[in-house]
Design a protein around this ligand. Structure first.
Ligand code: ATP
Ligand code: LTN
Length: 326
């Protein structure tokens, strides 16, 4: 059976881009493949962070994943640091990756260029991500467009390791969800909606109140024409609203455009569709948040399942690279 693996960082607040671009597609993947989904807390350490906040965000994100519809009976849902093999294989990946290759990662260039403390972990981050993926003999990695380069690197590392040390890893492939693959910021539709901007008026948060969602969409940037059509280059703001409306209602942006002649009604319907799409998720989240013990229990089951698979891969990789068995 096809193996799927993906991860999400417990940083900031989950936004509409994460939900439509990643989490909802994951809930569909879990029924089509043997799937593992991971809250990648070790990745969150690459940026300055607060310990209490990291703990709280990790638990909250897990509850959000459950609320969106990941079913621990169907998929394996776990926290990265609960499975020590992630950090262990990451070292082998760091020693397989070239310095030059890591220097070319655009995400590193973007994030390190913003100033502030730049950890060595931010630089080696793609090696940890490769480890996440390769530990589980993953075939498919559903990610947003921004992660394309990291999955390409993972493939290169797997092939390099296999050719140097013999067949060890499955070479994975990235997949990109069709609907909602790139939801843009409502105030700057040329930038993706991002957790780093989670307090901004252009970001809709999963746990936003309906009133706040309506307000943000009403104020979304459009353009000086008044024609409603999907044309990302010429009309980024309107096209983003159509992507959101389409993804929230299970249609393509072009289909969503049909029948609109003005921006007002388009915005009103987009807001209503988003509120309606998020309401049941918010309600389920509130239930889960009231019983953190249950989430902890589910995570322990997930970690045990993941560890079994990961341990076998690490044993194989260590033997092939020449580490003396104890
Ligand atoms: P950051 O702002 O720190 O880059 P992020 O909002 O991109 O964070 P991640 O944890 O990096 O969040 O991403 C989680 C998942 O959500 C990934 O699969 C990513 O590709 C997807 N994703 C993130 N932003 C968007 C977006 N605007 N539209 C669609 N998918 C997105
Ligand atoms: N780097 C990814 C999160 C991530 C991931 C992974 C995604 C870490 N490990 C493995 C897929 C597979 C991000 O920032 N979105």
């Amino acid at each position: 059976m096809t193996r799927v693996f993906s991860g999400i960082q417990p940083t900031g607040n989950v936004h509409l881009g994460n939900v439509l671009g990643a989490l909802v597609p994951w809930t569909e993947d879990q029924h089509r493949a043997d799937s593992l989904f991971c809250v990648v807390d070790l990745h969150a350490l690459t940026r300055p962070q607060d310990p209490d906040e990291l703990r709280a965000t990790t638990l909250r994100l897990t509850q959000i994943l459950l609320a969106v519809g990941l079913d621990p009976e169907v998929c394996t849902l776990f926290v990265q640091s609960h499975v020590p093999q992630h950090a262990e294989l990451a070292w082998l990946m760091e020693c397989t990756a070239a310095y030059g290759e890591l220097s070319r990662m655009t995400q590193f260039k973007d994030k390190s260029g913003k100033g502030g403390f730049v950890s060595a972990g931010l630089f080696t981050y793609p090696a940890l991500m490769a480890s996440d993926i390769l530990l589980y003999d993953t075939d498919l990695v559903p990610v947003g467009d921004d992660q394309r380069q990291h999955v390409e690197l993972t493939r290169d590392l797997a092939e390099r390791f296999n050719s140097r040390y013999g067949p060890t890893f499955t070479v994975p492939q990235a997949t990109f969800p069709k609907a909602g693959a790139r939801i843009m910021d409502l105030q700057d539709p040329t930038a993706k909606m991002s957790k780093s901007e989670d307090q901004a008026p252009g970001t809709i948060l999963l746990l936003d109140e309906p009133k706040s969602i309506e307000k943000k969409i009403k104020r979304a940037v459009t353009d000086t024409e008044s024609e409603v059509r999907f044309d990302v280059a010429a009309k980024p703001g309107v096209s983003n609203l159509l992507s959101i409306l389409g993804a929230a209602t299970g249609r393509t942006p072009e289909e969503a455009a049909a029948g609109y002649e003005q921006y007002g009604p388009l915005k009103a319907d987009t807001a209503a569709a988003v509120v309606e799409r998020l309401a049941p998720i918010q309600a389920r989240y509130a239930e889960l948040a009231a019983d953190p013990g249950e989430t902890t229990r589910l995570l322990a089951v997930g970690a045990a399942k993941a560890t079994e698979l990961a341990a076998a891969t690490v044993t194989r990789a260590k033997a092939n690279i020449g580490l003396l068995p104890r």
